[in-house]
Design a protein. Structure first.
Length: 138
């Protein structure tokens, strides 16, 4: 997955914003990316796929369990283990199951997701760089 963090702000020239403003801006950027990526995803998914994925990202536990039941060995999946080791999720926690299901679902149903998301992130980054002075209040 992609990380919108202090490095992103450094790259866009916004690292000098006050801490609270940086926090709010990062949250706004995350939301905007989710909307843009979601819009792009929806262009290529069937209604059934859209509904299934929407339920998973909304954290609908029955949808997550239903999806995981199709992948009975998920606890041995490298992506699952990576989320535990590197993202700090507790094994079996609802948050882990949702995040893993999102990643796995995207890889199975939309394999070019990472490439498209990367392009959208770069596009947004360029938009921010162009607007940097107005964001900084200059």
């Amino acid at each position: 997955m992609f990380s919108i963090d202090q490095d992103f702000l450094n790259e866009t020239g916004l690292s000098t914003l006050p801490l609270e403003d940086r926090r709010l801006l990062l949250a706004h950027i995350q939301e905007e990316l989710a909307v843009r990526i979601g819009r792009r995803l929806s262009e290529h998914l069937t209604d059934t796929q859209s509904n299934e994925f929407e339920n998973i990202i909304d954290g609908d536990y029955s949808a997550v369990r239903s999806y995981l039941d199709k992948n009975p060995d998920y606890e041995e999946d490298p992506a699952y283990l990576n989320l535990i080791e590197n993202a700090g999720f507790e094994p079996g926690s609802p948050e882990l199951l949702v995040q893993f299901s999102i990643l796995k679902w995207l890889n199975e149903n939309y394999p070019e997701y990472e490439e498209i998301a990367s392009r959208i992130i770069q596009q947004l980054k360029q938009e921010i760089i162009v607007s940097k002075d107005s964001i900084l209040g200059k």
